[in-house]
Ligand binder design. Sequence first.
Ligand SMILES: [Zn+2]
Length: 305
Amino acid sequence: MPDSSMPDSPDSPHSPQSAVRNPPFAITDVHIHIQPFDQLKPAALEVMRKGAGDRLEFLLALMSDPKLLLTVMDEDGIDRVGMVNYPSPDVMGFSEATNDFAARYAEADPRRLLPYGGVDPHTTVNATRSVEHLLEIGTRVLKIHPCHMRVAANAYTEGLTALSDIYKLCEARGLPVMIHTGTSIFPGARSKYGNPMEIDDVAIDFPDLRIIMAHGGRPLYMNEAFFILRRHANVWLDLSGIPPKRLLEYFPRLSELSRKVLWGTDWPSPGVDRMRTNVNQFLALDLGEKLERAVLETNPRAILP
Ligand SMILES: [Zn+2]
């Protein structure tokens, strides 16, 4: 939950933080949330409001002001961020307009702000056209959120052709696909779709598709996640949503995945008060400079040049 020492003013959300160590890495956080809150359904907004506590004013300002985000990134020593966005008309309230929101927001600094977008396979009129639009507006990653889109990541095996159209075009055009795994607490979210095993089909059927598995199945499906990550060369692990202090409890054999682990925080979601706090906690695990650099700098750069 939010740190009660946070000041109220949206202009100065952070007090200077004493860094544990100042790593000489150009950190890419591949998973933060900058989203159009004005599109949120009332029930989803209520979850955000409760989680934000006294940060709500700051969050509202952040969602409309990329300069504020860049300031926070400078303070926290974060070079680049991936801004997760996806339509979820039924659960979250986001329409496809959220994709254009992210692209517009990123114009403030296209090198440092990487816009993500999505296509809802249930409601899209033309999945191929929707993916083409994402490519036109500079989307860097396509997000599929099975729990919020109420769809299994492999639902094309049961006839949902819009989903295979999405994967096919992303594979052909080299657009990475991020797939949420694990649970979700938003009202109406279907956590049964959070099982990473569904990604097995996707990785087999679209062998050149680069897949980013968000959250490693936390908190229910870490064994499945680890199996999929080891089995498929093109599946990467995004650490967001996993409290860094407990990372090795969830993934004791993390070092075996060193080539494909990506830094992510889920900031400013409830419980993640700043990006840098998570970096510090990760560094405190003392995993060695080689793995730290791979996770924070070189792996994200490999998938998001
Ligand atoms: Zn997230």
